[in-house]
Design a protein around this ligand. Structure first.
Ligand SMILES: Cc1ncc(COP(=O)(O)O)c(C=O)c1O
Length: 444
């Protein structure tokens, strides 16, 4: 893909030097709504969801996409995906609450938590949410909660850790013997036979090997191992799964020189053998689930930010912007690359190399290192790309900087879907103890 194709793949283009996103003028948006601000392109969410759905439908009709809510919890985004027929994967009770609040029925949610507390279980069981267990030890505790609430035990699932993981950064690799997630091969038979013994009657199985996987081949070993285990459970325990959940992790091209994930290849590697096993009658006819977050939401959003300071310290050129790692954490947390482009190209400007830095009082507050950009001036607007996954959801109010607003754009319309936080929001949950409320004179 050449650079302009890559931009257009993300619904971005320059018209007379001005950056348009989903056919909308980014400078006009920045001037009207202020910066830093997240802008979400509704059409892109639908487009990426449909690409995956079409891919799945072409392989195996009995499928479901569970959108990984952790990547983007905005209610409007959840509503968009609901209207597409999506299901949802939640990693916490707070995410479940958010889904229910947006009108998603409980039977469309799977709860893949880890380090569950009894309160987590109670919340899920009361709401009839399917729990995907992360440890053998959690099984008896969950059973006690079912008994306490007097609910009938039905469907249960375990997260399997295939020991082969992949991901864009060590922190996002979620399989391996030294990784906290899931149960290992030697625990699987014990886990499912115990679940049977405790009265569960229907079963699912899940694995998620990591996040940000752009090479389909990385799925090969884990997918093979997953199928081996599924066949083994079918053979030894006579369990035919209601669903087999292959997790998420599908990456996107953050760099202009990266090609998108090859979905045909992904589908061949991950689902071919699954389909064969079903056709051979070895594992029944389970639902096939996947749980992508990033693939659906990342490219839907850009972050608009304004340059406030150009600093040349004699060694380095810095472009200081109004978004920091409080607004977008991924570059600081994972060293992640987000492409940064100008919202206005003015004729023949020389290219210069900048460190694009935020206003947070930490040296790690760098959103883009050594980026070649047309010569910038204070007041210019920049767009940081592909921020719709793990962007807003990882933001914070560190340095007491209120979180940014979010806009949804679609067909030339702009909808404010989240207000920027206020200073009052920063302090409203805090309580001053009585003895500190008394007026005392300052010492010294
Ligand atoms: C269990 C589980 N499923 C799905 C996902 C979604 O991953 P991605 O956004 O890379 O598709 C994650 C991400 O961490 C996860 O932990």
């Amino acid at each position: 893909m050449d650079y302009f194709e890559w931009l257009s793949y993300k619904d971005l283009e320059y018209r007379d030097g001005i950056l348009y996103f989903a056919n909308m003028n980014t400078i006009e948006i920045a001037e009207k709504y202020g910066t830093p601000i997240y802008i979400i392109n509704e059409k892109m969410i639908r487009k990426r969801y449909r690409e995956l759905k079409d891919m799945l439908n072409s392989v195996y009709k009995k499928n479901r996409i569970h959108f990984a809510v952790k990547s983007n919890t905005n209610l409007a985004v959840l509503k968009i995906l609901s209207s597409e027929g999506s299901f949802f994967d939640c990693s916490s009770t707070g995410e479940i609450y958010t889904c229910l609040k947006s009108g998603i029925p409980s039977d469309r949610i799977i709860y893949t938590g880890n380090m569950f507390t009894d309160n987590d279980f109670e919340f899920a069981v009361k709401q009839d949410i399917l729990v995907n267990l992360d440890s053998y030890s959690q099984l008896e505790r969950l059973t006690k909660i079912y008994d306490k609430i007097e609910k009938k035990k039905n469907l249960i699932s375990f997260r399997f850790n295939p020991e082969f993981g992949a991901g864009h950064h060590p922190y996002t690799i979620t399989a391996g013997k030294e990784i906290k997630f899931g149960i290992l091969e030697h625990q699987v038979i014990k886990a499912y036979s115990k679940a049977k013994e405790l009265g569960f009657t229907k079963f699912g199985i899940h694995q998620h090997i990591g996040s940000g996987i752009i090479k389909a081949n990385d799925y090969e070993m884990p997918a093979q191992k997953f199928l081996n285990i599924i066949e083994k459970i079918a053979e030894e325990l006579g369990i035919q799964f209601e669903f087999v959940d292959f997790g998420g992790g599908l990456g996107i091209p953050y760099y202009p020189e990266t090609d998108p994930l090859d979905l045909n290849r992904y589908s061949d590697i991950v689902f071919k053998r699954f389909k064969e096993s079903v056709e051979n009658g070895e594992i029944g006819e389970p639902y096939l689930f996947i749980e992508p977050g990033r693939y659906i939401s990342a490219e839907s959003s850009i972050l608009l930010t304004q340059v406030n300071t150009i600093k040349d310290n004699g060694f380095k050129l810095f472009a200081g912007i109004d978004a920091g790692f409080n607004t977008l954490l991924r570059p600081t947390l994972y060293g992640s690359y987000h492409h940064i482009i100008v919202c206005e190209k003015r004729g023949k400007q020389e290219d210069l190399k900048y460190d694009v830095v935020g206003p947070i009082c930490e040296s790690g507050d760098v959103l883009g290192k050594e980026r070649v950009l047309p010569k910038l001036s204070e007041g210019d607007y920049l767009a940081i790309l592909d921020v719709g996954a793990y962007g807003f959801t990882m933001s914070s109010s560190y340095n007491s900087r209120p979180r940014a607003a979010e806009l949804l754009i679609n067909d030339g319309n702009i909808y404010k879907i989240r207000n920027e936080e206020t200073f009052d929001d920063l302090v409203k949950a805090q309580i001053i103890p009585k003895h500190l409320k008394e007026k005392k004179s300052y010492r010294g």
